[in-house]
Ligand binder design. Structure first.
Ligand code: F0G
Length: 453
């Protein structure tokens, strides 16, 4: 594997360094670092040749080629040798059409890129393969993260594959059992801290200065390099015709930063001719970026006390906000917020397509509906929703939704009835043929009533 020479670029003061400190911040101005590569800048990459090599690798059985991340290694930092790569065959995720949702929204060219189909069930795996590779190469015994659940599940899996130990800091009682159970199974040392995600991340920042642990949050620029491949793979699936819009959920804002960086680089090396608009959607109760854009014109972060049932994005003080602001400005994307009710409804609609996703991913569809009403997205445009996590990541949300208890006792209880038509609660019956047939008849009648309505 040819080694790509890379260095670190500060997004604040533009200084370039060959090494990065433990907190991945610029030693001069304290802003975040990103990775930059000499080859992209010197214009030595040929777009047509890259497209052809990447396509050919899809029929290869070589380990690196079978990873949907390392298949694009010309645009990634690469380790000293191929043997150092830690991979679980991440990436290679499907781009689905959404026929029912397309009819519902009136957008015929509507797609979902499902990152929940990654090995641990979320988009985090595409970044983790790169960051874990460099952590192992640097000789770390411990890797660590603060997480709302998915990062910890992914980090724990890749650390286990790499023979490293992992330390997970999660907010006690605020992440789904399914994500927590993944970290446990993959052997992480898991600390449930009596605080929120932002508190966990603050503590981690202090920890990495005191203990020899390698930080694997999305502040780590190697993670964002891997996450760039979502956009490369998407454009390849669209035969390199950029969609008009890409819509992504926003939490700590690493993913929007990574996708934005990929789009910028793709345009620089002329893999694409123009940029799609990248829009970021947040939950109303965790809307730091929305407020930052509206109330401070993207110039200073407005933090919030985050609250949402979409626990993956329950983040009030996003670390990569400045990177995300630059992406919104460069691509002309929108930044919107959606309510808890809108999230629940959108999740049910994506579920009804037979693919499903976790609540945080459903903000994309809820956001699309809002952007259509604002005329920011036009029905004739091509739209791609990024589904970040698998349906199975948050079964409690789904069960509460179908049983009608999602908003019970809360501020949204009165609006609960609007979601009635989307519910499919389980039916408890006596074990008789008559009971099952009667239930079947009733369902058939109700289907007919709905289709005539
Ligand atoms: N969707 C899901 C399913 C997530 O798990 C996250 C973030 C996001 C969207 C937001 O992405 O932070 O890059 O803006 N989850 C992190 C975690 C914070 O710890 O798992 P972002």
């Amino acid at each position: 594997m040819p080694q790509n020479t890379f260095c670190f670029h500060c997004i604040g003061c533009d200084s370039i360094t060959s090494t990065a400190s433990q907190d991945f911040r610029c030693s001069r101005c304290g802003n975040l670092l990103e990775i930059t590569d000499a080859a992209w800048k010197s214009g030595t990459l040929d777009a047509a040749a890259l497209k052809s090599v990447w396509r050919d690798r899809r029929s290869s059985n070589a380990i690196l080629d079978r990873s949907g991340v390392w298949r694009f290694r010309e645009l990634l930092p690469t380790p000293a040798s191929e043997q150092q790569v830690v991979t679980l065959r991440e990436g290679n995720t499907p781009l689905y059409e959404l026929p029912q949702t397309a009819r519902l929204t009136g957008v015929p060219r509507l797609f979902a890129k499902h990152q929940g189909m990654n090995p641990t069930g979320s988009f985090k795996d595409t970044g983790m393969t790169v960051a874990a590779t460099f952590a192992r190469q640097a000789g770390y015994r411990w890797v660590a993260c603060a997480s709302t659940g998915n990062t910890s599940a992914s980090m724990a899996a890749y650390a286990a594959r790499a023979g490293m130990r992992s330390l997970v800091l999660v907010p006690d009682g605020k992440i789904s059992w399914s994500k927590l159970s993944q970290a446990l199974d993959y052997g992480a040392l898991t600390c449930q801290l009596r605080t929120d995600f932002d508190g966990c991340l603050r503590l981690l920042q202090e920890l990495v200065r005191r203990a020899p642990v390698y930080q694997l949050n999305s502040i780590n620029p190697f993670r964002l390099e891997g996450q760039k491949t979502l956009a490369l793979e998407l454009l390849e699936q669209l035969d390199w015709q950029p969609p008009d819009h890409i819509i992504v959920p926003g939490g700590n804002l690493g993913n929007s930063s990574a996708i934005g960086k990929a789009l910028r680089e793709m345009r620089e090396i002329v893999l694409i001719s123009h940029l799609p608009k990248l829009s970021v959607i947040q939950a109303e109760g965790a809307n730091a970026l929305v407020r930052t854009m509206r109330e401070a014109d993207g110039k200073r972060l407005i933090s919030v006390q985050a609250e949402t049932r979409a626990t993956a994005i329950r983040i009030g003080n996003p670390a990569s906000w400045e990177k995300a602001v630059k992406v919104l400005q460069a691509t002309g994307g929108a930044c919107e917020q959606v309510s808890e009710l809108e999230i629940a409804q959108a999740k049910a609609e994506i579920g009804a397509e037979g693919i499903g996703c976790e609540p945080a991913s459903a903000v994309t569809l809820a956001g699309l509906k809002k952007l259509l009403r604002q005329d920011f997205v036009k029905p004739e445009e091509t739209v791609v929703l990024i589904l970040t996590g698998n349906l199975l990541k948050d079964p409690d949300f789904t069960m509460d939704f179908h049983r009608g208890s999602l908003f019970a006792g809360g501020a949204h209880e009165s609006e609960n009835s609007k979601l009635e038509q989307y519910r499919h609660p389980p039916v408890v019956l006596d074990p008789t043929l008559e009971a099952v047939i009667a239930t079947l008849d009733q369902a058939e009648k109700s289907d007919r009533t709905h289709s005539n309505a």
